[in-house]
Design a protein around this ligand. Structure first.
Ligand code: FAD
Length: 728
């Protein structure tokens, strides 16, 4: 009786949770071969890397009891490679995660030891923040943030299997594939006999841990990074590992293969690390950070860590000779590695083989933290044997005495073909199973984090019985990344570039909050304080824009703003003047000082240059965002029209029931492409590589035809039923 009351009182919100738990016998909802669930959660996240931390945090903040299971709790949010967050396009992703209410930006701000705003010599669309972080502090801070979150339970364990429930209701461990692994059997080919649209839907009920425990989970998010069947290569040596010093995840890798998901073998690599005390620093060009650091998070007021410099260095002819002579010993070139590496983050041996005419290659010496002497060699990723790495490093003046603390290595691992996922990152043929991060074929902490928050949000929404939260290509780089992955998959580690965006002037770092924070607020990820600050910021920006639009230029004040040479300005407003490339918002703020001072919302802007206590970076960036909107208003309007066109294609949904096999005129090749991806919209279908406009219009027409056929069939069934009822 009380159970019924619960369901009535909380319609939908708890339905899936109750369903998952098979209440009332929650502690042991079913018993097969003595299996009992020892712990019960709404959401279980497997892996506490960059995807897992965001996923678990989002789910817990949305009010769901969440477990974060990881192999080693001391290595939560470990930066497997470079201890840096952000960079071109990656910084955009961090801003988007932050705008939605994620944690990567705030953690990086708290432990960043060198901040740089990249690409400032180019347009605002491609400005992007980057921070060298203290690697150890990043882990510590992330764990602190996670541990402070109510409803989030961190557990150290290895997940070895999933527990499934068939649609029919019988529980079992995974053994029967839901789809033959196409990649396994035919390389990249789709199996000749494609599955019919309705694949057997199964539900993930929980997880098996290596220590014998079984966890009950309403939804499961797998974020296992490079660990699935990971294999490290260092010269001629190779051994199973998830990353250096950590075991591979072999049993879970096998379990996912048995599930029948299409998989791919990828690889990535990392450079050797040096002891900074053995580097002759004065022989390298110093590269300091920005004097006025730009934080990642919209909620960070100030960067507090002491800032350090990186150093610029170059290979020598001797380095190149050593690499050329030993390249056959690199795991990459000896044929021992099957996996495909990141084209845009090549190893040093890759660079030398692919660009034989280049006489030198640049790299950076980057400190790994404030309390360590360890130094990362950015640009020297390698899988050459250790003794060659040693010689290579020593061939560079200033590193001739350097001690190697850790060798560089390459790692191969399994990833899942992301065309197996829908836009909410749910595995299409499974109920309650989500994948995020490197497991989906991406590379990079930021690419992982943005998927993590989306998977966490969507697992929570699904359990609450609410529609998924998805982003299209016009709303964020996160939307672009997910759309690319689920529409095309990837056969090399996917990383984000600004060139992947069709409308990059719209997807700037400065407006990520305007694009996404209202969503974060609605989802429950933005607290009252942050929301209040967001609203104040929008009010400040609107006030500044109105001032610029409404204020006529006073020629007498131009000289003080270094704008004495502008020529005729009579009758123009500041907004009109700002459209000239030589006029900047900084000059406008100087000339408008008196007007700013009398507006309570804007008075702080008058102290930007004098008062070190002012939130300088924050206010300056707000003013620049207003400037961008004014300066590029023409382009932005043009792009808005193109965005509307794309959104129109996105709004034509392709129903799940569509049967491609009966669309007459559709070639076998097109049918296979549609079956493989099963796109959700005509827009997504148009982005499947090789899909023709003719095939698209056939699908478009078939949606109506097949829909009409289904309605006809339904009405006939209804008519028969009512006749039978009357007869009865
Ligand atoms: P990870 O950060 O790898 O986290 C995976 C988590 O899953 C870990 O916490 C692990 O303990 C846990 N886990 C795994 N299996 C299980 C299990 N069965 N049970 C419980 N927990 C489990 N990115 C770049 O952008 N540039 C680079 O140059 C670069 N180089 C790299 C070099 C190396 C050698 C490696 C290993 C990675 C490199 N990366 C690079 C990639 C970057 O580290 C990843 O993209 C990022 O960490 C992926 O985040 P993730 O959350 O998906 O997985």
């Amino acid at each position: 009786m009380s159970c019924v009351v619960c369901i009535v009182a909380f319609p939908r919100v708890f339905l899936r949770r109750l369903d998952a738990a098979r209440a009332p016998n929650i502690a042991n909802p079913y018993n097969k071969e003595g299996m009992a669930f020892t712990e019960q959660y709404d959401v279980v996240v497997v892996g506490a890397g960059h995807a897992g931390c965001e996923a678990a945090m989002a789910s817990a903040r949305m009010g769901l009891k969440t477990a974060l299971i990881t192999m080693n709790m001391d290595l939560i949010a470990q930066m497997s490679c470079n201890p840096a967050i952000g960079g071109v396009a990656k910084g955009h992703l961090v801003r988007e995660v932050d705008a939605l209410g994620g944690i990567m930006g705030e953690v990086a701000d708290a432990v960043g030891i060198q901040f740089r705003l990249l690409n400032t010599s180019r347009g605002p669309a491609v400005w992007s923040p980057r921070a060298q972080c203290d690697k150890q502090l990043y882990r510590v801070k992330m764990r602190e943030v996670l541990e402070a979150q109510p409803g989030l339970h961190i557990r150290q364990a290895e997940v070895v299997d999933l527990v499934l429930e068939e649609e029919a209701g019988s529980a079992q461990e995974m053994d029967a594939p839901c789809l033959r692994s196409a990649a396994d059997e035919t390389g990249d080919e789709v199996p000749a006999e494609l599955p019919r649209p309705a694949r057997p839907h199964r539900r993930v009920l929980g997880l098996k841990l290596r220590d014998g425990r079984n966890l009950l989970a309403g939804a499961t998010i797998i974020t296992t990074g490079t660990f699935l069947n990971g294999l490290i290569h260092c010269g001629e040596e190779r051994y199973p590992a998830g990353r250096s010093g950590e075991p591979a995840s072999v049993l879970l890798g096998e379990a996912l293969r048995r599930l029948g998901l299409r998989t791919c073998r990828l690889k990535t690599g990392t450079p050797p690390r040096l002891d900074g005390r053995t580097i002759k620093w004065d022989m390298f060009e110093e590269q300091p950070g920005d004097a006025d650091p730009t934080p990642f998070s919209f909620r960070t007021k100030k960067i507090v860590q002491p800032q350090v410099s990186c150093h610029l260095a170059f290979t020598t002819p001797e380095t190149l000779r050593l690499i050329r002579e030993n390249v056959h010993r690199s795991a990459m070139y000896s044929g021992r590695i099957e996996g495909i590496g990141p084209r845009y983050c090549p190893s040093i041996e890759d660079k030398i083989v692919k660009f034989p005419d280049k006489t030198q290659h640049q790299f950076f010496l980057e400190p790994e933290g404030l309390n360590t002497h360890e130094v990362y060699i950015n640009g020297m990723s390698t899988s050459l044997p250790m003794e060659v790495q040693w010689q290579m490093v020593h061939s560079i003046p200033g590193l001739d005495q350097a001690e190697l603390l850790r060798p560089g290595y390459a790692i191969e691992y399994d990833s899942v073909d992301a065309t197996e996922l829908d836009r909410s990152l749910r595995v299409k043929c499974m109920e309650g199973l989500y994948l995020a991060g490197q497991i989906n074929g991406t590379s990079g902490y930021e690419e992982a984090a943005c998927q993590g928050i989306m998977a966490g949000i969507n697992a929570a929404l699904w359990l609450k019985g609410e529609p998924p939260f998805t982003m299209d290509r016009t709303e964020g780089y996160t939307g672009i990344l997910i759309d690319d992955l689920i529409s095309k998959g990837t056969n090399e580690p996917y990383r984000m570039f600004t060139s992947r965006a069709e409308f990059r002037l719209h997807l700037r770092i400065d407006n990520a909050d305007r694009r996404l924070t209202p969503h974060g607020r609605r989802l429950g990820l933005i607290n009252n304080e942050a929301w209040g600050e967001y609203e104040q910021k929008q009010a400040r920006m609107a006030a500044l824009e109105n001032l610029l639009i409404g204020s006529k230029v006073d020629p007498g004040k131009l000289a003080a703003a270094d704008l004495g040479e502008l020529g005729t300005v009579a009758g123009q407003t500041w907004a009109q003047l700002l459209k000239r490339p030589e006029v900047s918002i900084e000059s406008a703020l100087i000339a408008l000082r008196d007007e700013l001072a009398i507006q309570p919302l804007l008075a702080e802007l008058t102290r930007l240059d004098q008062d070190p206590a002012v939130r300088r970076a924050q206010l300056r960036n707000e003013a620049r965002a207003v400037e961008t909107e004014i300066k590029f208003a023409g382009y932005l309007d043009q792009q808005k029209k193109a965005i509307e066109k794309l959104k129109a294609a996105e709004s034509v949904a392709i129903p799940e029931w569509i049967d491609y096999s009966v669309i007459s005129g559709l070639s076998r090749e097109m049918r296979e492409k549609f079956e493989r991806v099963r796109p959700g919209t005509i827009g997504q279908a148009s982005r499947i590589p090789g899909v023709t406009p003719a095939a698209l219009s056939l699908v478009h027409v078939s949606i109506r035809l097949q829909g009409a056929g289904r309605m006809h069939a339904t009405s006939q069934v209804n008519a028969t039923l009512s006749t039978n009822a009357k007869v009865g």
